[in-house]
Write a protein that binds this ligand. Structure first.
Ligand code: GLA
Length: 385
Protein backbone atom coordinates (compact mmCIF):
# COMPACT_ATOMS: atom_id res chain seq x y z
CA UNK A 1 0.00 0.00 0.00
CA UNK A 2 1.35 3.45 -0.90
CA UNK A 3 1.96 6.02 1.79
CA UNK A 4 -0.63 8.34 0.18
CA UNK A 5 -3.27 5.65 0.37
CA UNK A 6 -2.39 4.89 3.99
CA UNK A 7 -2.68 8.56 4.84
CA UNK A 8 -6.08 8.76 3.14
CA UNK A 9 -7.42 5.67 4.94
CA UNK A 10 -6.15 6.85 8.30
CA UNK A 11 -7.67 10.31 7.82
CA UNK A 12 -11.01 8.77 6.84
CA UNK A 13 -11.14 6.64 9.96
CA UNK A 14 -10.14 9.62 12.07
CA UNK A 15 -13.08 11.60 10.66
CA UNK A 16 -15.42 8.68 11.46
CA UNK A 17 -14.10 8.34 15.02
CA UNK A 18 -13.89 12.01 15.95
CA UNK A 19 -16.42 13.73 13.69
CA UNK A 20 -14.03 16.06 11.85
CA UNK A 21 -11.00 15.80 9.57
CA UNK A 22 -7.59 15.43 11.23
CA UNK A 23 -5.52 18.59 11.41
CA UNK A 24 -2.21 16.73 10.93
CA UNK A 25 -0.89 13.58 9.33
CA UNK A 26 2.56 12.35 10.31
CA UNK A 27 4.49 9.34 9.01
CA UNK A 28 7.61 7.57 10.30
CA UNK A 29 9.34 4.65 8.56
CA UNK A 30 10.64 1.37 9.93
CA UNK A 31 14.23 0.41 9.17
CA UNK A 32 16.35 -2.47 8.08
CA UNK A 33 19.94 -2.73 9.18
CA UNK A 34 22.27 -3.74 6.34
CA UNK A 35 25.13 -4.50 8.73
CA UNK A 36 26.46 -3.46 12.16
CA UNK A 37 24.38 -5.57 14.56
CA UNK A 38 24.60 -5.18 18.32
CA UNK A 39 27.28 -2.55 17.82
CA UNK A 40 25.23 0.59 18.57
CA UNK A 41 25.25 0.17 22.35
CA UNK A 42 29.00 -0.46 22.14
CA UNK A 43 29.46 3.01 20.64
CA UNK A 44 30.35 1.41 17.31
CA UNK A 45 29.09 1.86 13.74
CA UNK A 46 25.85 0.68 12.13
CA UNK A 47 24.63 0.87 8.53
CA UNK A 48 20.83 0.94 8.43
CA UNK A 49 18.36 2.38 5.92
CA UNK A 50 14.71 3.29 6.28
CA UNK A 51 12.22 1.03 4.48
CA UNK A 52 9.10 1.90 2.51
CA UNK A 53 6.94 0.72 5.41
CA UNK A 54 5.45 3.34 7.67
CA UNK A 55 3.50 4.13 10.78
CA UNK A 56 1.02 6.91 10.09
CA UNK A 57 -0.70 9.15 12.64
CA UNK A 58 -3.76 11.24 11.75
CA UNK A 59 -4.39 13.53 14.69
CA UNK A 60 -5.36 16.79 16.30
CA UNK A 61 -5.34 18.37 19.72
CA UNK A 62 -8.44 18.33 21.90
CA UNK A 63 -9.71 20.54 24.66
CA UNK A 64 -9.49 17.91 27.39
CA UNK A 65 -6.36 16.84 29.27
CA UNK A 66 -6.70 13.45 27.70
CA UNK A 67 -5.08 11.39 24.95
CA UNK A 68 -7.19 9.03 22.84
CA UNK A 69 -5.45 6.73 20.35
CA UNK A 70 -7.08 4.26 18.02
CA UNK A 71 -4.91 1.62 16.34
CA UNK A 72 -6.06 0.33 12.95
CA UNK A 73 -3.63 -2.58 13.18
CA UNK A 74 -4.74 -3.97 16.54
CA UNK A 75 -8.27 -2.57 16.43
CA UNK A 76 -8.14 -1.32 20.01
CA UNK A 77 -8.21 2.09 21.61
CA UNK A 78 -5.93 3.51 24.30
CA UNK A 79 -6.95 6.49 26.37
CA UNK A 80 -5.01 8.08 29.18
CA UNK A 81 -4.90 11.20 31.23
CA UNK A 82 -1.99 13.60 30.92
CA UNK A 83 -1.88 13.96 34.67
CA UNK A 84 0.37 11.38 36.32
CA UNK A 85 1.21 9.68 33.03
CA UNK A 86 2.40 6.10 33.61
CA UNK A 87 2.77 2.82 31.78
CA UNK A 88 -0.51 1.13 30.96
CA UNK A 89 -2.53 -0.86 28.47
CA UNK A 90 -2.67 -1.75 25.66
CA UNK A 91 1.07 -2.38 25.65
CA UNK A 92 1.68 -0.59 22.31
CA UNK A 93 0.45 2.62 23.91
CA UNK A 94 3.53 2.65 26.18
CA UNK A 95 5.76 3.86 23.37
CA UNK A 96 3.42 6.80 22.85
CA UNK A 97 2.88 7.38 26.56
CA UNK A 98 6.66 7.65 26.89
CA UNK A 99 7.02 10.11 24.00
CA UNK A 100 4.11 12.15 25.36
CA UNK A 101 5.61 12.28 28.86
CA UNK A 102 8.99 13.39 27.50
CA UNK A 103 7.37 16.03 25.30
CA UNK A 104 5.40 17.35 28.26
CA UNK A 105 8.71 17.79 30.05
CA UNK A 106 9.75 20.23 27.31
CA UNK A 107 6.52 22.06 26.67
CA UNK A 108 4.58 23.62 29.53
CA UNK A 109 1.40 24.25 27.58
CA UNK A 110 0.84 20.72 26.43
CA UNK A 111 -2.68 19.95 25.14
CA UNK A 112 -4.60 16.71 25.11
CA UNK A 113 -4.76 15.08 21.72
CA UNK A 114 -6.31 12.27 19.74
CA UNK A 115 -5.11 10.18 16.83
CA UNK A 116 -5.81 7.23 14.60
CA UNK A 117 -2.73 5.13 13.86
CA UNK A 118 -2.04 2.73 11.02
CA UNK A 119 1.13 0.83 10.26
CA UNK A 120 2.64 -1.32 7.52
CA UNK A 121 5.78 -2.02 9.57
CA UNK A 122 5.43 -5.66 10.67
CA UNK A 123 5.37 -5.76 14.45
CA UNK A 124 7.95 -7.83 16.34
CA UNK A 125 9.88 -8.40 13.12
CA UNK A 126 13.09 -6.57 13.97
CA UNK A 127 12.14 -3.73 11.61
CA UNK A 128 11.74 -1.11 14.35
CA UNK A 129 7.98 -0.97 14.51
CA UNK A 130 8.38 0.49 18.00
CA UNK A 131 10.74 3.24 16.84
CA UNK A 132 8.32 4.07 14.00
CA UNK A 133 5.55 4.39 16.59
CA UNK A 134 7.66 6.64 18.82
CA UNK A 135 8.99 8.81 16.03
CA UNK A 136 5.55 9.06 14.37
CA UNK A 137 4.09 10.21 17.70
CA UNK A 138 6.90 12.74 18.21
CA UNK A 139 6.37 14.09 14.68
CA UNK A 140 2.65 14.55 15.34
CA UNK A 141 3.37 16.23 18.67
CA UNK A 142 5.83 18.63 17.04
CA UNK A 143 2.99 19.74 14.75
CA UNK A 144 0.35 19.91 17.48
CA UNK A 145 2.53 21.93 19.86
CA UNK A 146 4.25 23.97 17.10
CA UNK A 147 7.51 23.02 18.73
CA UNK A 148 10.03 21.64 16.25
CA UNK A 149 12.72 19.58 17.98
CA UNK A 150 16.33 19.42 16.87
CA UNK A 151 16.58 16.09 15.01
CA UNK A 152 19.00 14.53 17.52
CA UNK A 153 16.91 15.80 20.43
CA UNK A 154 13.93 14.03 18.86
CA UNK A 155 15.91 10.80 18.46
CA UNK A 156 17.02 10.87 22.10
CA UNK A 157 13.54 11.73 23.34
CA UNK A 158 12.15 8.68 21.54
CA UNK A 159 14.96 6.39 22.72
CA UNK A 160 14.34 7.52 26.31
CA UNK A 161 10.65 6.69 25.89
CA UNK A 162 11.59 3.15 24.89
CA UNK A 163 13.98 2.78 27.84
CA UNK A 164 11.59 4.14 30.42
CA UNK A 165 8.12 3.19 29.20
CA UNK A 166 8.82 -0.06 27.34
CA UNK A 167 11.72 -1.17 29.56
CA UNK A 168 13.96 -2.00 26.58
CA UNK A 169 17.58 -0.78 26.95
CA UNK A 170 17.95 -0.23 23.18
CA UNK A 171 20.75 1.62 21.42
CA UNK A 172 20.20 4.62 19.21
CA UNK A 173 20.05 3.05 15.74
CA UNK A 174 16.32 2.55 15.29
CA UNK A 175 15.07 5.96 16.37
CA UNK A 176 17.98 7.68 14.62
CA UNK A 177 17.17 5.99 11.33
CA UNK A 178 13.44 6.67 11.54
CA UNK A 179 14.16 10.38 12.10
CA UNK A 180 17.21 10.99 9.93
CA UNK A 181 17.07 8.55 7.01
CA UNK A 182 17.51 9.87 3.49
CA UNK A 183 15.85 8.53 0.38
CA UNK A 184 18.12 6.26 -1.69
CA UNK A 185 20.79 6.25 1.01
CA UNK A 186 21.93 4.02 3.82
CA UNK A 187 23.33 5.85 6.86
CA UNK A 188 26.75 5.09 8.28
CA UNK A 189 25.98 6.06 11.85
CA UNK A 190 28.72 6.57 14.41
CA UNK A 191 27.04 5.67 17.69
CA UNK A 192 29.74 7.40 19.72
CA UNK A 193 29.32 10.86 18.24
CA UNK A 194 25.72 10.30 17.10
CA UNK A 195 26.55 11.65 13.67
CA UNK A 196 26.03 9.96 10.32
CA UNK A 197 27.28 9.95 6.75
CA UNK A 198 24.79 9.11 4.00
CA UNK A 199 25.96 6.32 1.69
CA UNK A 200 24.29 6.54 -1.70
CA UNK A 201 22.48 3.50 -3.04
CA UNK A 202 20.81 5.37 -5.87
CA UNK A 203 21.39 4.42 -9.47
CA UNK A 204 22.44 0.94 -8.39
CA UNK A 205 20.77 -2.10 -9.87
CA UNK A 206 20.38 -3.78 -6.53
CA UNK A 207 17.39 -4.02 -4.28
CA UNK A 208 16.80 -5.05 -0.70
CA UNK A 209 14.56 -8.02 0.08
CA UNK A 210 13.24 -8.32 3.59
CA UNK A 211 12.36 -11.87 4.54
CA UNK A 212 10.27 -12.21 7.66
CA UNK A 213 10.64 -15.64 9.26
CA UNK A 214 7.42 -14.77 11.16
CA UNK A 215 8.87 -16.42 14.25
CA UNK A 216 9.68 -14.51 17.39
CA UNK A 217 11.31 -16.08 20.43
CA UNK A 218 10.09 -14.62 23.68
CA UNK A 219 13.56 -14.80 25.23
CA UNK A 220 14.65 -11.94 22.97
CA UNK A 221 14.24 -9.08 25.44
CA UNK A 222 15.97 -10.82 28.32
CA UNK A 223 18.78 -11.99 26.07
CA UNK A 224 19.22 -8.49 24.61
CA UNK A 225 19.83 -7.05 28.07
CA UNK A 226 22.20 -9.94 28.84
CA UNK A 227 24.22 -9.25 25.68
CA UNK A 228 24.53 -5.61 26.64
CA UNK A 229 25.79 -6.53 30.09
CA UNK A 230 28.31 -9.01 28.64
CA UNK A 231 29.64 -6.35 26.26
CA UNK A 232 30.06 -3.92 29.16
CA UNK A 233 31.84 -6.61 31.12
CA UNK A 234 34.22 -7.20 28.19
CA UNK A 235 35.05 -3.49 27.96
CA UNK A 236 35.77 -3.49 31.70
CA UNK A 237 38.09 -6.50 31.38
CA UNK A 238 40.00 -4.60 28.70
CA UNK A 239 39.99 -1.41 30.77
CA UNK A 240 38.37 0.49 27.89
CA UNK A 241 35.35 2.84 27.87
CA UNK A 242 33.55 0.71 25.25
CA UNK A 243 34.22 -2.18 22.85
CA UNK A 244 34.44 0.46 20.13
CA UNK A 245 37.94 1.15 21.45
CA UNK A 246 39.16 -2.46 21.19
CA UNK A 247 40.99 -4.11 18.30
CA UNK A 248 41.10 -7.82 17.51
CA UNK A 249 44.74 -7.79 18.65
CA UNK A 250 43.75 -6.26 22.04
CA UNK A 251 41.19 -8.99 22.47
CA UNK A 252 43.52 -11.85 21.58
CA UNK A 253 46.20 -10.51 23.89
CA UNK A 254 43.74 -10.48 26.80
CA UNK A 255 41.93 -13.74 25.96
CA UNK A 256 43.16 -15.54 29.10
CA UNK A 257 41.47 -12.95 31.35
CA UNK A 258 38.08 -13.50 29.73
CA UNK A 259 35.19 -15.76 30.47
CA UNK A 260 35.00 -17.72 27.15
CA UNK A 261 31.40 -16.65 26.43
CA UNK A 262 32.13 -12.98 27.10
CA UNK A 263 35.19 -13.29 24.86
CA UNK A 264 33.06 -14.50 21.95
CA UNK A 265 30.51 -11.72 22.49
CA UNK A 266 33.31 -9.18 22.36
CA UNK A 267 34.86 -10.79 19.29
CA UNK A 268 31.56 -10.40 17.45
CA UNK A 269 31.31 -6.72 18.31
CA UNK A 270 34.90 -5.84 17.46
CA UNK A 271 34.87 -7.66 14.13
CA UNK A 272 31.36 -6.40 13.28
CA UNK A 273 32.40 -2.77 13.71
CA UNK A 274 35.23 -3.36 11.23
CA UNK A 275 32.90 -5.13 8.78
CA UNK A 276 30.47 -2.22 8.96
CA UNK A 277 33.11 0.30 7.96
CA UNK A 278 34.20 -1.98 5.13
CA UNK A 279 30.59 -2.42 4.01
CA UNK A 280 30.06 1.34 3.74
CA UNK A 281 33.16 1.56 1.54
CA UNK A 282 31.94 -1.38 -0.57
CA UNK A 283 28.55 0.27 -1.20
CA UNK A 284 30.18 3.59 -2.05
CA UNK A 285 32.38 1.74 -4.58
CA UNK A 286 29.41 -0.21 -5.97
CA UNK A 287 31.19 -3.43 -4.95
CA UNK A 288 28.08 -5.47 -4.12
CA UNK A 289 29.92 -8.77 -4.11
CA UNK A 290 32.15 -7.46 -1.31
CA UNK A 291 29.11 -6.20 0.60
CA UNK A 292 27.55 -9.65 0.24
CA UNK A 293 30.55 -11.42 1.70
CA UNK A 294 30.58 -9.03 4.66
CA UNK A 295 26.88 -9.71 5.27
CA UNK A 296 27.45 -13.48 5.34
CA UNK A 297 30.40 -13.03 7.70
CA UNK A 298 28.20 -10.84 9.93
CA UNK A 299 25.55 -13.54 10.07
CA UNK A 300 28.08 -16.24 10.94
CA UNK A 301 29.45 -14.11 13.75
CA UNK A 302 25.96 -13.33 15.10
CA UNK A 303 25.11 -17.02 14.99
CA UNK A 304 28.28 -18.51 16.43
CA UNK A 305 29.82 -15.80 18.64
CA UNK A 306 26.91 -13.59 19.66
CA UNK A 307 24.30 -16.39 19.59
CA UNK A 308 21.29 -14.30 18.65
CA UNK A 309 20.22 -16.13 15.50
CA UNK A 310 17.75 -19.02 15.33
CA UNK A 311 17.10 -22.00 13.07
CA UNK A 312 14.66 -20.11 10.86
CA UNK A 313 17.02 -17.18 10.28
CA UNK A 314 19.85 -19.60 9.58
CA UNK A 315 17.59 -21.38 7.08
CA UNK A 316 16.97 -18.12 5.19
CA UNK A 317 20.70 -17.41 5.00
CA UNK A 318 21.46 -20.94 3.81
CA UNK A 319 18.82 -20.62 1.11
CA UNK A 320 20.35 -17.29 0.10
CA UNK A 321 23.74 -18.94 -0.34
CA UNK A 322 22.14 -21.60 -2.55
CA UNK A 323 20.62 -18.88 -4.70
CA UNK A 324 23.89 -17.00 -5.28
CA UNK A 325 23.86 -17.90 -8.96
CA UNK A 326 20.32 -16.52 -9.33
CA UNK A 327 21.10 -12.99 -8.20
CA UNK A 328 21.46 -13.05 -4.40
CA UNK A 329 24.45 -10.91 -3.40
CA UNK A 330 24.37 -11.26 0.39
CA UNK A 331 22.08 -12.05 3.31
CA UNK A 332 22.05 -11.92 7.10
CA UNK A 333 19.71 -11.67 10.05
CA UNK A 334 18.78 -8.07 10.87
CA UNK A 335 17.76 -6.40 14.13
CA UNK A 336 18.13 -7.82 17.60
CA UNK A 337 17.64 -11.45 16.49
CA UNK A 338 15.82 -14.45 18.04
CA UNK A 339 13.48 -14.49 15.06
CA UNK A 340 12.22 -11.60 13.00
CA UNK A 341 13.68 -10.76 9.62
CA UNK A 342 16.64 -11.41 7.39
CA UNK A 343 17.89 -8.77 4.98
CA UNK A 344 19.02 -9.83 1.55
CA UNK A 345 20.68 -7.72 -1.14
CA UNK A 346 19.72 -8.92 -4.62
CA UNK A 347 20.12 -7.89 -8.24
CA UNK A 348 17.03 -5.83 -9.10
CA UNK A 349 16.14 -7.82 -12.20
CA UNK A 350 15.96 -11.02 -10.12
CA UNK A 351 13.70 -9.64 -7.37
CA UNK A 352 10.44 -11.27 -8.48
CA UNK A 353 12.03 -14.63 -9.20
CA UNK A 354 13.96 -14.66 -5.93
CA UNK A 355 10.90 -13.69 -3.90
CA UNK A 356 9.14 -16.78 -5.23
CA UNK A 357 12.15 -19.03 -4.64
CA UNK A 358 12.61 -17.84 -1.05
CA UNK A 359 8.90 -18.36 -0.48
CA UNK A 360 9.02 -21.94 -1.74
CA UNK A 361 12.31 -23.00 -0.20
CA UNK A 362 11.69 -21.47 3.23
CA UNK A 363 8.26 -23.04 3.45
CA UNK A 364 9.69 -26.37 2.29
CA UNK A 365 12.37 -26.31 4.99
CA UNK A 366 10.41 -24.94 7.91
CA UNK A 367 6.72 -25.51 7.14
CA UNK A 368 6.18 -21.79 7.73
CA UNK A 369 5.06 -19.21 5.17
CA UNK A 370 7.43 -16.27 5.22
CA UNK A 371 6.43 -12.68 4.51
CA UNK A 372 8.67 -11.16 1.90
CA UNK A 373 8.81 -7.67 0.48
CA UNK A 374 11.34 -5.60 -1.40
CA UNK A 375 12.20 -2.02 -0.67
CA UNK A 376 14.41 0.86 -1.66
CA UNK A 377 15.96 3.15 0.94
CA UNK A 378 13.28 5.59 2.11
CA UNK A 379 13.33 9.04 3.72
CA UNK A 380 12.86 9.67 7.44
CA UNK A 381 9.79 10.85 9.34
CA UNK A 382 7.77 13.76 8.04
CA UNK A 383 4.45 15.55 8.11
CA UNK A 384 2.29 14.66 5.13
CA UNK A 385 -0.40 17.24 5.79
C1 GLA B 1 17.44 -3.49 18.45
C2 GLA B 1 17.81 -2.23 19.19
C3 GLA B 1 18.94 -1.47 18.47
C4 GLA B 1 20.11 -2.40 18.19
C5 GLA B 1 19.65 -3.69 17.54
C6 GLA B 1 20.76 -4.68 17.38
O1 GLA B 1 16.89 -3.18 17.21
O2 GLA B 1 16.69 -1.40 19.31
O3 GLA B 1 19.32 -0.36 19.23
O4 GLA B 1 20.85 -2.63 19.35
O5 GLA B 1 18.61 -4.30 18.26
O6 GLA B 1 21.71 -4.22 16.48
Amino acid sequence: MSLDLMAERTAELYAKCFGHSPRWIAAAPGRVNLIGEHTDYNQGFVLPMAIERYTVFAGDKNTRREVVLHSMTTGDTASFNLKGLTRGNPSWSNYIRGVTANFMGLERKFPGYQAVIDSTVPSSGGLSSSAALEVGAATLLEAITHRKLEPLEKVLLCQKAEHEFAGVPCGIMDQYTSVMAQKDHALLLDCRTNTSTPVSMSGSDVEVLVINTTVRRRVGEVEYAKRRAQCEEAATVLGLPALRDASVADLSAAQASFDPVVFRRARHVVTEIERTLQAARAIAAGDWAALGQLMYASHDSLRADFEVSCLELDAVVEIARQLAGDGVLGCRMTGAGFGGCAVCVVKSEATAFLTRRFQELYEYRTGIQPEIFHTRAAAGARLLA
